[in-house]
Design a protein around this ligand. Structure first.
Ligand code: ADP
Length: 156
């Protein structure tokens, strides 16, 4: 059976922190589906369609990495795409506590989906989408925090 992982998030925008988690997880799974949740209450900067386009451009040369959006519960989406693994990144102890609760509740709901966590690289620890969104909102230069070659103007 092929190992399929879902990497869920809002990815508004997709940062080098997200990219690094996906690239490091590539050798662990046969297929990674980056899944953009449509149900988050956050104020958004990029439309879902442009987030899909941006992430698709980052992984244009990787046939094993795809991007989708979904509604509803992440574990239900995992079932829909036959994913056995949920991939998440951990930056801080606060992330850990938040992720622990979600993962343990997910495990009760869908025992056959395993959550897998990768610790962020030290240099990516302070990067989060909210801060990058703020920089972009105020027309700042966020290139250092975005995947190489991505010109955010093409996705706004
Ligand atoms: P959410 O809104 O669910 O937190 P995000 O798009 O912010 O979604 O993040 C998706 C996943 O990527 C989460 O597992 C998060 O911990 C992880 N992540 C976010 N930023 C980084 C980073 N800088 N380094 C590593 N992992 C990260």
């Amino acid at each position: 059976m092929i190992r399929i992982a879902v990497f869920p998030g809002s990815f508004d925008p997709f940062t080098i922190g997200h990219e690094s988690i996906v690239r490091r997880a590539e050798s662990l799974f046969d297929k990674i589906i980056i899944a953009i949740g449509r149900n988050s209450g956050k104020n958004s900067l990029l439309s879902i369609e442009n987030r899909i386009k941006l992430i698709g451009d980052v992984f244009i040369d990787n046939d094993n990495i795809s991007v989708r959006s979904y509604n509803g519960l992440t574990v239900d989406f995992c079932k829909e795409v036959n994913a056995q693994y949920l991939l998440r990144g951990l930056r801080t102890a606060a992330d850990f506590e938040y992720e622990r609760a979600i993962s343990q509740v997910n495990k009760v709901m869908k025992p056959d989906v395993e959550s897998v966590f990768l610790l962020t690289l030290p240099e990516h620890t302070p990067i989060n989408s909210t801060i990058i969104r703020d920089i972009l909102f105020h027309k700042g230069d966020a290139r250092k925090f975005l995947p190489q070659g991505i010109d955010i103007k093409n996705y706004l």
